[in-house]
Design a protein around this ligand. Sequence first.
Ligand code: DOR
Ligand code: ZN
Length: 346
Amino acid sequence: MTQTLTLRRPDDWHLHLRDGAMLQGVLPETARHFARAIIMPNLVPPVVTGAQAAAYRDRILAALPEGMAFEPLMTLYLTEGTDPADVAAAHASGLVKAVKLYPAGATTNSHGGVRDLAKVTPVLEKMAEIGLPLCLHGEVTTPEVDIFDREAVFIDTVLDPLRRRIPELRVVMEHITTEEGVAYARAGGDRLGATITTHHLIINRNHILVGGIKPHYYCLPVAKREKHRLALRQAATSGEGRFFLGTDSAPHVDALKEHACGCAGCFTATNTMQLLAHVFEEEGALDRLEAFASLNGPRFYGLPANESTITLTKGAPAQWPAKIFTEAGPVTVFDPGFPVHWHVEG
Ligand code: DOR
Ligand code: ZN
């Protein structure tokens, strides 16, 4: 018997598209299933000003193949030199939907990020005033803090004090990976949201390390122990409005993943919807997939849900390419390590 599920078209509330040949190669993978995405600004150099975001948006739209529809929702990369007036103007024009805070040194291309939060207080206060969300890479970078504890320590020492100082600020805890992250998001009220990636619903740290190191499972924040994966599954499938999909699909060419100092990032744009259908079915929550992938995100961002739909069907084992061949080099598609039977029609 064929099982069918029709949803409003999903959006991706955290996506890396890069630029140039990589952008060209990976954009169709997202645009095939998703109507919109929040586009991460960690290019080299980063997208800091409204003018840079406008130019990047034009490059994304120029890379979109004929016949595909996709709306990039732009973000600005917060630096200690960011001008609150430029941020406000980029928001007022409708161009920019969020500002991204990377603690300096936390992840890929984050060296220009924020070292001293006090220096960006005027920007954050302006954002609170105009209702522009702050997207947070929630990890401390202090060398003494164990990498598996960096999210929980960030919540206690950075996020909670920040939200007490500027309670009007809308904040998205991005790619949460711990039960502490789930609990903090739940207790946070209407101005706090949290995205969850596809891969953190599927892998724990054993998948990365047991039986040989798996560079294509390495991302930041790094996957944690099993109890955290289970807490994330429970949150994502709960239907609660504060949790929504942000894939953090982050392409790196294979040569830089399979390397002595491999880059962080899982590339899930191609198969996220198939994998989510599998996960939600396992959790007995297929009826809540639409909330997670298509409804909760737009509601948090104050945007309408998409009118168009996609249909998922369950049948023969699903197939997707093992790699996407871009002009920048091959990019390995996330392999869940189990058979998936869900397909996206059309
Ligand atoms: O795994 C990750 N990859 N995490 C990030 O925070 C950044 C991203 C990237 O840009 O490659
Ligand atoms: Zn990211």
